[in-house]
Design a protein around this ligand. Structure first.
Ligand code: SF4
Length: 442
């Protein structure tokens, strides 16, 4: 009987791509892959260690798997990913239930890691993080019609609150021919929506070609038959060029959607975050984007409670959100992370205040989102079918204005049977705060 391996992928979509590459190597070696770690002989946990809540989730997952191991349900546990990479020194001691504790540089050697633990050897190893593989086979673990396409690894922006550069290392682009090969493979395997990701997608190509090549890359992906929607996440505001906006506006396959995390609007806070811009520059940028790409959906991410954020600066952020009226927005309380510059900043804001401020922004955004949705009433939108909701007895899916996993959904009825991945035209008949309701008309 083949040994069964279960992968638990925590954290972001970039980590998920790493997990998918490990799964491909394991299957190639003959291991049987199972979706539930409770059904596995060996569990591999690909951790996230970005902020406190992610670390807690990883620790809880490892403790739960430890219980399965004590029961005898599970035989071995391997942990890798951002948490182990970040806490190299302590991880092996912190997780005695783990049979292997490795770093992101070892993901490419996951088969060897398994060999060690199956030989009943405790294995602790941290290969250089810059050796992490940028390409390779994958097993797509998202819904079969969409996949993430990771175009770079690491980050060189060095925002003062962020641990990513020390965890993942400097920004490294995947050579364009490799990205295109992978995009072609995705299309050949039934993927119709490609979601382009990196820590900073807009920086793509600077390190190997001396300039940003994101527009060129997107145009080339759009030439691939079978790909219908291309979506770009994680853009850095300073690097949104006219060329990029024109590419999005003119290329039919690129959805009119941009995710630009800005984190704050206040010039003083942004400067202490080591990030670009101030209120005026950001407002001008979003006005320009809306002018050059009419009808575009804008998503951003904000942090409240950054060290030294005064009540006045927070109020200005809230007013900024009211003025700019982002279509989608996520707001998080600042997480004080060891090893980052901001950790040692004066005037740390207490967690409760930071969380309360984030709640205020999200409550505001709920109203904005509801009002934005109301404007869609009666509109006809293209959506992709994601499944059938047995309780609601209706189909559900996403319009081009919603990214998988993070944005809202559309629930809809249809006279004809539909399959997952079908593209349909839906007339919007009702709206909720974040979701839409409609009926298929085509
Ligand atoms: S852009 Fe800033 S916040 Fe984003 S990963 Fe890089 S350093 Fe972290």
């Amino acid at each position: 009987m083949p040994i069964k391996v279960g992968m638990v992928s925590l954290g972001c979509s970039k980590n998920l791509v790493d997990s998918e590459r490990m799964l491909a190597k394991l299957r190639k070696k003959g291991y049987q892959l199972v979706t539930e770690p409770g059904l596995a002989d060996v569990a591999v946990v690909n951790t996230c260690g970005f902020i406190q809540s992610a670390k807690e989730e990883a620790i809880e997952t490892i403790i739960e798997l430890g219980k399965l191991k004590n029961d005898g349900t599970l035989k071995k546990i391997i942990i890798t990913g951002c948490l182990t990479e970040r806490y190299r020194e302590e991880a092996a001691e912190l997780f005695p239930e783990a049979d292997a504790v490795v770093g992101i540089g070892n993901n490419k050697d996951i088969v060897d890691v398994l060999d060690h633990v199956l030989a009943n050897e405790r294995y602790v190893n941290f290969a250089p993080k810059l050796d992490a593989e940028l390409t390779g086979d994958r097993i797509i673990s998202t819904l079969p019609f969409f996949a993430y396409l990771k175009i770079a690894e690491g980050c060189s922006n060095c925002c003062t609150y962020c641990a990513i550069p020390m965890i993942r290392g400097k920004f490294r682009s995947v050579p364009m021919e490799d990205v295109l090969k992978e995009a072609q493979w995705l299309a050949d395997n039934g993927v119709t929506e490609v979601v382009v990701i990196a820590q900073d997608s807009t920086r793509y190509g600077e390190d190997i070609y001396g300039e940003s090549k994101l527009p060129e890359l997107l145009k080339k992906i759009a030439e691939i038959d079978g790909i219908r929607w291309i979506r770009v996440l994680y853009c850095y505001p300073e690097r949104i060029t006219d060329e990029l906006l024109d590419t999005i506006a003119n290329e039919e396959k690129i959805v009119k959607y941009l995710d630009i995390p800005i984190q704050h609007c206040d010039g003083d806070i942004l400067s202490r975050m080591n990030r670009w811009g101030d209120e005026k520059q950001l407002e001008a940028l979003f006005a320009k984007i809306r002018e050059r790409v009419p009808g575009i959906t804008l998503r951003t991410t904000l942090i409240t409670g950054f060290p030294g954020e005064t009540e006045e600066q927070f109020n200005r952020l809230a007013e900024f959100v009211q003025r700019v009226r982002f279509d989608k927005l996520g707001c998080f309380a600042y997480s004080r992370e060891e090893g980052t510059k901001a950790y040692d900043f004066e005037n740390q804001i207490d967690e409760e205040t930071a969380a309360h401020r984030a709640d205020i922004i999200m409550e505001q955004q709920m109203l904005i989102s509801a009002q934005n949705n109301e404007k869609l009433l009666g509109r006809e939108l293209t959506a992709v079918v994601e499944g059938f909701d047995r309780f609601g007895e209706c189909y559900f899916g996403r319009t081009e204005y919603d990214a998988p996993d993070i944005d809202g959904k559309v629930f809809f009825s249809s006279d004809k049977p539909l399959n997952m991945g079908d593209f349909v035209t839906i007339k919007i008949t009702d709206t909720l705060d974040y979701d839409l309701i409609g009926e298929v008309i085509l």
